[in-house]
Design a binder for this molecule. Structure first.
Ligand code: ISE
Length: 335
């Protein structure tokens, strides 16, 4: 069976997914593209012989669409995710699931009404082989339990429209999710520190930030979010256990050694850095849809990350005070 996929959102991320589905992955085909900018939808759809729509609602209602891939901005995710659930269609929604806990709860409720896990949140780092090995090392138990996680999330630069809160809700949300995935527990409190800002930023930004979070068992997570580091896209993560540490390898496949020393190429974007993880994520989703199964992170994971983001934003607005993460009790459905 070929899964007939409808893409909502014809921007950079959506186009990157089209490219991988059409050229690298098996089992799926883009049959429709929706974007509020209908011309943008047509531009992506026409070369594929796919249909173009001006709204997500029309695409979701199309009977020739089996499953829905959402790559629009977080703020507009909720209505499309809920419509897909109500249509009984699997949906892979780019992060964040939604920008408020209330919208996420509406999604959780819709999914429980449907009685079936249909929502996967696009936390692609869960499909990165490095993070998976780190998790296995912790689960293996030989190095003891986790005490700390050190993370660095550096972007070369960000566009002018990117504002300081995006450092938490758009950027650090990846570490929030991956730490929950690595540690297998919830984050219970957060504070955000604001060190001296770099001069290489738009005036309106406070950059870098450091998000410090604590989990249920007391593991301390520190995340440097530094979005104008100039030199490249650089993600680091070290998990500290009682008797050893494990950290992500660097992104290189090769190292050049010459009269200037040893060096390796550094990529410029998440699309390159996590190319294999994105492919794994979307490939596994297509395979799971074929088998009528859920895969990847759940709507609960999307909700939990948004709650931590919310606490981080409150801390940012309140001089870095420690904020407790407020969450509803986890429904049995997601246990
Ligand atoms: C972007 O949306 C991502 O998901 C990237 O991984 C992150 O590095 C970037 O800061 C975000 O804007």
């Amino acid at each position: 069976m070929t899964v007939r996929i409808g893409l909502i959102g014809a921007g950079g991320m959506g186009r990157a997914h089209v490219e991988r589905i059409e050229t690298e992955l098996a089992g799926g085909r883009i049959v429709a593209v929706a974007d509020l900018n209908l011309e943008g939808a047509k531009e992506v759809a026409e070369p594929l012989g796919a249909k173009a729509y001006g709204t997500g609602a029309e695409l979701i209602a199309d009977e020739e669409v089996d499953a829905v891939l959402i790559a629009t901005f977080g703020k507009v995710h909720a209505p499309d995710v809920i419509a897909a659930i109500e249509a009984g269609k699997y949906v892979l929604c780019e992060k964040p699931l939604a920008t408020t806990p209330q919208d996420c709860i509406a999604i959780l409720e819709a999914e429980q009404r449907a009685g079936k896990k249909l929502v996967t949140v696009g936390f692609m780092r869960r499909f990165d082989a490095g993070y998976q090995e780190m998790r296995a090392a912790l689960e293996g138990g030989e190095l003891g339990y986790a005490t700390l996680v050190h993370c660095r999330h550096r972007n070369p630069s960000v566009p002018e429209g990117y504002v300081t809160r995006n450092m938490i809700d758009d950027t650090a949300i990846h570490e929030i999710d991956i730490c929950r995935y690595l540690l297998g527990e919830e984050i219970v409190s957060v504070r955000v520190d604001t060190p001296r800002s770099t001069s290489r930023r738009f005036e309106h930004l406070t950059d870098p930030l450091v998000l410090v979070a604590t989990t249920e068992s007391g593991v301390l997570i520190d995340d440097e979010i530094n979005v104008n580091i100039q030199f490249g896209y650089s993600i680091e993560c070290e998990l500290v256990m009682e008797a050893g540490t494990i950290r992500l390898g660097d992104q290189n496949r090769t190292v050049t050694r010459d009269s200037l020393g040893n060096r390796n190429p550094i990529c410029r974007s998440h699309i390159d850095r996590f190319h294999d993880a994105f492919n794994q994520e979307v490939q596994q989703w297509i395979r799971a849809v074929e088998r009528d199964e859920h895969t990847g992170s759940t709507a609960w994971d999307g909700y939990a990350a948004t709650c931590v983001v919310d606490a981080g934003l409150e801390s940012l607005d309140n001089g870095g005070k420690e904020v407790a993460v407020s969450m509803i009790a986890k429904p049995e459905f997601y246990a």
